[in-house]
Design a binder for this molecule. Structure first.
Ligand code: GRF
Length: 202
């Protein structure tokens, strides 16, 4: 069984896309949030998935990251998937899960990424630049925001959009397609890095 932990902060639509699409050799063994309550946790409850609230500083009702890492070791987590998680992952987690943490970003990195580039801010910047295409990016998480090697990208035509919200909607549909696909490729051990490039085998 290939076990993943999904990190969320809000709606959870990517979590649901993963749950609705993955085959039964992949298990979402935990859902983690910087919150104690969010719509994504309600989705975890529907699927009876353990939920963990985590904070770097001591906070009642929250685990710290050392405690979370111990739980992950007991759960034998193979991959960490950030899906709308708004906090930076501490370096010790990145060291422990080197090349085993991925993030989905709602734009074509390296454009429109970095600190503060999340949610509608991204699509507003894309709209205001009059970009004619946008899309989603899945990348490895390293110690700098939105900086790790790119694993997968898919574009969408936005030449006819009238608002940032329309871009958000089209890009979200792309996210829901590519994230479960990439998680499956990791579970099949079909993602490799060769000469600075990420290769996904068919
Ligand atoms: C997605 O747009 C994702 O690209 C970004 O945060 C959003 C999360 O949406 N990182 P949801 O919580 O999965 O619906």
């Amino acid at each position: 069984m290939y076990k993943i932990a999904v990190f969320v902060s809000g709606r959870g639509s990517n979590l649901r896309a993963i749950l609705d699409s993955i085959s039964n050799n992949i298990s979402v063994a935990g859902v983690v949030s910087d919150k104690v309550d969010c719509p994504a946790f309600a989705i975890a409850d529907q699927y009876n998935i353990p939920k963990f609230s985590v904070a770097e500083k001591p906070k009642s009702g929250y685990l710290n990251y050392d405690e979370l890492l111990r739980i992950f070791s007991e759960l034998k987590i193979d991959l960490i998937v950030l899906a709308g998680f708004l906090k930076k992952i501490p370096d010790k987690v990145i060291d422990e899960y080197e090349k085993k943490i991925i993030n989905i970003h709602p734009a074509l990195l390296p454009s429109f990424g970095g600190k503060g580039m999340y949610g509608i801010n991204v699509h507003r910047a894309v709209f205001n630049r009059s970009c004619q295409v946008s899309g989603a990016t899945i990348h490895f998480v390293d110690k700098i925001y939105d900086n790790g090697k790119i694993i997968a990208q898919k574009t969408v035509d936005i030449s006819d959009v009238q608002s940032p919200e329309e871009i958000a909607e089209r890009v979200l549909n792309i996210e829901h397609e590519i994230l479960p696909e990439v998680v499956t490729k990791f579970a099949e051990n079909k993602v490799t890095i060769k000469d600075n490039r990420v290769i996904i085998q068919n």
